[in-house]
Design a binder for this molecule. Structure first.
Ligand code: CAA
Length: 387
């Protein structure tokens, strides 16, 4: 049982964490090795999470959500990800990258039609921004949206789309005019059953193997005019503001992965005997554990800080980037140390830290690489200097 939640955690949050923690430990964690090895999508877990309100946590109850705050979301994301990082990212994408922009930029009709089933977890969503030649630089995307009678025709492809295989709904970013650069980027709500939409490739990955990462192809997909999300040309702002919140989700996922590696290391060090006693008595091991715990907790406090700022309705872009940078690097570092504490055992698939090591790496890459987070942080720091 994890006891490190913020001191001010109220009774409602404690009850939520008891419930989600028990579900993560008793249901999700025991199946995580199987999902990692087979790549099987955790369908029944996602269904149960939907029933628990975990797929649209921050959406108002009126639109099918749980009406909770961002701190609760961060805490639940950590809990689920400590059990299974693949399940964590499926949850994060639906909450942060799909429900959030629909809630923030959608019309009342769009919220009723698209957001409500997504927040209830009856449908699953994906966020289709990246392309083969536009990853860190989404303003350079090439998928075109051509105006036709009644709407737009989308043509082109998207890469590295989490939930891309299973999604019922995609938030798709396309350009209405490539000559306009950033100002041409426009967001659309796309039903993945639309004619011309297909999953053209599934990636075979190092980690988070039970969540799909897909290449999507749009062969003149007709999108009705009422599926324009926001205004024409507003797409990049929608994408980047959505990613600010997504970064809190991925920071929390990284916290879960790092926490799992740390807990496993403490358990192993207490049981493994060398030189006549448990290795937990050796200062070399104690220092590793102390450093792992300190780095994880520093990252956790940054993550909760960003979540609190988002809850308070103030700009949290820099703090979300700091949280994602610190948490992903802390998770990767902690997972590496965890293998070191386990020695030869840690290099085998028998121990969870091997999976933690593979799962941690992606948190330094998706929803903005560590280099992109540093760019965001530095830009904000310098803009604050000139004020
Ligand atoms: N919120 C809202 N608007 C923002 C914003 C934010 N956080 N950041 C920038 N903008 C606006 C700017 O104000 C500007 O608008 P104007 O032109 O009207 O002034 C516009 O967006 C462009 O801003 P910049 O000139 O600063 O943008 P840039 O082209 O220099 O890029 C960047 C900045 C930080 C590098 C940004 O492109 C970025 O974050 N890149 C990383 C993208 C990313 O995270 N990709 C991950 C893919 S999604 C994924 O991984 C999904 C998955 O399935 C898990």
């Amino acid at each position: 049982m994890y006891n490190g939640w913020p001191v001010e955690t109220d009774e409602d949050k404690k009850m939520l964490m008891d419930q989600v923690g028990a579900f993560a430990r008793e249901v999700v964690a025991p199946a995580a090795k199987h999902h990692d090895e087979t790549g099987e999508f955790p369908t029944s877990h996602i269904k149960q999470m939907a029933e628990m309100g975990l797929m649209g946590m921050m959406v108002a109850e009126e639109f099918g959500g749980a009406g909770l705050d961002v701190v609760s979301y961060a805490m639940c994301m950590e809990e689920i990800s400590a059990a299974c990082a693949s399940t964590g990212v499926i949850m994060s994408v639906n909450n942060s990258l799909v429900c959030w922009p629909l809630d923030a930029y959608g019309t009342a009709e769009q919220k009723k039609k698209w957001l409500t089933p997504l927040a209830r977890g009856e449908k699953l969503g994906c966020f289709a921004l990246s392309e083969p030649s536009a990853g860190s630089d989404p303003g350079g995307l090439k998928l075109t949206a051509t105006k036709v009678d009644g709407g737009y025709k989308l043509r082109g492809s998207k890469n590295w789309i989490t939930n891309g295989k299973e999604a019922d709904v995609a938030i798709v970013f396309a350009t209405v005019d490539p000559a306009k650069g950033n100002k041409g980027v426009t967001a659309f709500i796309v039903d993945t059953k639309s004619k011309g939409f297909s999953v053209s490739k599934l990636e075979d990955k190092l980690g988070i193997t039970a969540s799909s990462t897909a290449q999507l192809f749009f062969d003149d997909v007709l999108v009705p005019a009422d599926c324009l999300l926001g205004a024409e040309g507003q797409g990049l702002k929608i994408a980047l503001s959505t990613l600010d919140g997504g970064r809190i989700g991925i920071a929390s996922q990284a916290l879960g992965i790092g926490r799992c590696a740390l807990e496993a290391s403490k358990k192993f060090a207490s049981e493994r005997e060398q030189f006549g006693g448990p290795i937990s008595k050796l200062q070399a091991i104690q220092f590793h554990i102390a450093d792992m715990a300190t780095r994880m907790q520093s990252a956790r406090l940054l993550t909760w800080n960003a979540a609190r700022l988002k809850d308070a309705g103030v700009n949290y872009s820099k703090e979300a980037a700091m949280a994602k940078l610190a948490a992903s690097e802390a998770a990767m570092w902690t997972a590496t140390k965890a293998i070191q504490v386990h020695g030869g055992y840690g290099y085998t698939k028998e121990y969870v830290v091997e999976r933690n090591f593979r799962d941690a790496k992606i948190t330094e890459i998706y929803e903005g690489t560590s280099e992109i987070q540093r760019i965001v942080i530095a830009a904000k720091e310098f803009s604050e200097l000139t004020k």
